[in-house]
Design a protein around this ligand. Structure first.
Ligand SMILES: *Cc1c(COP(=O)(O)O)cnc(C)c1O
Length: 368
């Protein structure tokens, strides 16, 4: 190792890089297939594409690209505050919600602090924690469910952040809001509770998140939401945080001044008003989960009950099944790095895509 790399702090050198879903172009190149023949069900992207209103807004914004974006995100924050019933001072915009999660870490963690999160939780929580050099405390689950009692017990005097995703990725598990609400009440007001709602739009109406109200009651609660999943804008990178004005102010201080680009701002503004697209996405997802779980039942495969836009299924030798599916042009997500070496995570597709995947899975399993 060269002297300069040795000079990087040990916590940075120890980071295991985030492994994204394999890109379509790379897979097509490796298999010698056309990109159109590759089916990606690996990154919880929307199989219906992007909100058409967002696409139209992007076309209308192409002549403005010589200018810096509005670093305050005035229009997007104005819309969000109307929709959520909060003030613009409660909002933090992010280059994806990943950025929002990083901003919580950069605002509250130091090398002397710790962050707590659940096992089988989203990889960005340990990554953001490790990047600071703070201590990462991983709490065992109950089955695959987040064990909030155990999370509460794991909080130490040096803990500054607790991360909870609901629904969780990569398990799809859902914690009833009443339980999470009781948890929020019990957490010390000196610990930031980050509630990651990346899949909130896929919840049925009766399970809609009440967490915006918690932000008003508890200055230590932050919600993180994204336009990457149901809104179909993963490639643009835009998400937002809802927090108390004090916490939002701290997060905004460490944020890059122009962290959300102009096209992302205008697209998010349009997409958030595209209720028809969200309804269509929810309907496709609900039908797809039925289709996929019925397929798994037929194949005798156990899967984790999910409330998200993916389903995590136990296939045995997941690495081998992944490789066979990939050879047939289907990209799914191995989750061995999440401590689940026998599972694959499958993003819900269109009906014909789900069918193609199930047929390929059956063939992959039959070949042993
Ligand atoms: C996909 C995902 C995100 C969102 O990532 P973006 O940076 O907004 O694209 C956040 N949290 C979880 C749990 C996710 O699965």
């Amino acid at each position: 190792m060269s002297l300069i790399s040795e000079r990087a702090p040990a916590n940075v050198r120890a980071i295991a890089p985030y492994v994204p879903g394999k890109p379509i172009a790379e897979t097509a190149r490796e298999l010698g297939l056309a990109e159109a023949d590759i089916l990606k069900m690996a990154s919880n992207e929307n199989p219906l594409g992007s909100s058409p209103r967002a696409i139209a807004a992007i076309h209308g914004a192409l002549n403005d690209l010589a200018y810096y974006p509005d670093g305050s995100g005035y229009d997007l924050k104005a819309l969000l505050s109307r929709q959520l019933g909060v003030t613009p001072a409660n909002l933090v915009l992010g280059n994806g919600s990943n950025d929002v999660l990083e901003l919580t870490a950069r605002s509250f963690l130091t090398r002397d602090a710790s962050a707590v999160y659940s096992r089988h939780g989203f990889m960005v929580y340990p990554l953001a924690t490790q990047a600071i050099g703070a201590n990462a405390i991983e709490v065992p689950t109950r089955g695959y469910d987040t064990d909030l009692d155990a999370v509460l017990k794991a909080i130490r005097p040096d803990t500054r952040i607790v991360f909870v995703a609901n629904p969780n990725n990569p398990t799809g598990t859902f914690t009833p809001w009443a339980e999470l609400g009781a948890f929020v009440e019990r957490v010390s007001p000196g610990v930031l509770v980050v509630i990651d709602e990346a899949y909130g739009e896929y919840l049925p109406d009766e399970l809609k998140s009440p967490a915006v109200e918690w932000v008003a009651r508890f200055p230590n609660v932050v919600l993180s939401r994204t336009l990457s999943k149901a809104y179909g804008l993963a490639g643009l990178r835009v998400g937002y945080g809802v927090a108390s004005p004090e916490v939002a102010d701290l997060m905004n201080r460490v944020r890059q001044p122009f962290n959300v680009n102009h096209l992302a701002l205008v697209a998010a503004h349009a997409a958030l008003q595209d209720h028809a697209f969200i309804e269509k996405s929810r309907a496709n997802n609900a039908a797809g989960l039925v289709q996929l779980s019925a397929g798994f039942d037929r194949l005798g495969l156990a899967y984790i009950p999910t409330r998200a836009n993916f389903i995590t299924v136990r296939v045995g030798d997941a690495a081998a099944v992944y490789a066979k599916l990939l050879a047939g042009g289907i990209i799914v997500r191995p989750v061995a790095n999440y401590g689940m070496p026998e599972h694959l995570r499958i993003t819900v597709g269109l009906p014909e895509q789900n069918a193609r995947f199930l047929a390929a899975l059956e063939a992959a399993l039959a070949r042993g």
